[in-house]
Unconditional design. Structure first.
Length: 186
């Protein structure tokens, strides 16, 4: 049985180190695990109940919900902007939290990782993302973490997939998420 992990990247920047970290996850996924990077977060409008109606949400939001609903688990990649997660990631979580109690995140294992320029690798942002994902209905894997500090320097010439330490830690994260899908399903 294959495990599908939907990866949401909180940075829209071309050359984003968090996007590169997500690409590394795709490459490093163990056998039987597929990591799918969810594109199109920039096109998802800010959450507004007036446009999230019974006869249809905006196309980009509906596509996000469908992709995450079809996944077995979710892996959020968060940089840190002004001490918290970026708006694009929070917006995605907001769309995935609805309808209340039955959103696409409900009951799914969710882990949060990331990299940032600062010395703590985006810990505050990742903690905020865990909090939001849990309130949105996800089963947050609190013990599954990876915060890579100094991204601008560390990944200036090296892709995260080619950084042996990061690759090993990221592969371990993916293994733990895959194992959690069995636990949550049981």
């Amino acid at each position: 049985m294959s495990v599908r992990i939907a990866a949401l990247v909180g940075s829209l920047r071309a050359g984003s180190h968090n996007r590169q970290l997500a690409e590394a996850a795709v490459k490093l996924a163990p056998e039987g695990v597929d990591v799918i990077i969810v594109d199109g977060l920039a096109e998802v409008p800010f959450y507004n109940e007036d446009i999230d109606v019974a006869d249809g949400a905006p196309a980009a939001a509906a596509a996000l919900r469908e992709t995450v609903a079809a996944a077995d688990a979710v892996l959020l990649f968060s940089p840190e902007y002004n001490g918290t997660m970026p708006a694009v990631l929070k917006n995605a979580i907001d769309w995935l939290s609805r309808p209340y109690g039955a959103g696409a995140l409900t009951g799914k294992p969710v882990a949060v990782v990331g990299t940032a320029y600062g010395q703590f690798g985006g810990l505050w942002a990742q903690d905020e993302a865990r909090k939001a994902a849990g309130i949105a209905g996800g089963t947050v894997l609190e013990e599954v973490k990876l915060s890579v500090p100094g991204s601008v320097v560390r990944f200036a010439e090296t892709h995260p997939a080619d950084d042996a330490e990061v690759a090993e830690q990221l592969a371990a994260v993916l293994g733990r998420i895959a194992a959690a899908t069995d636990t949550v399903a049981a």
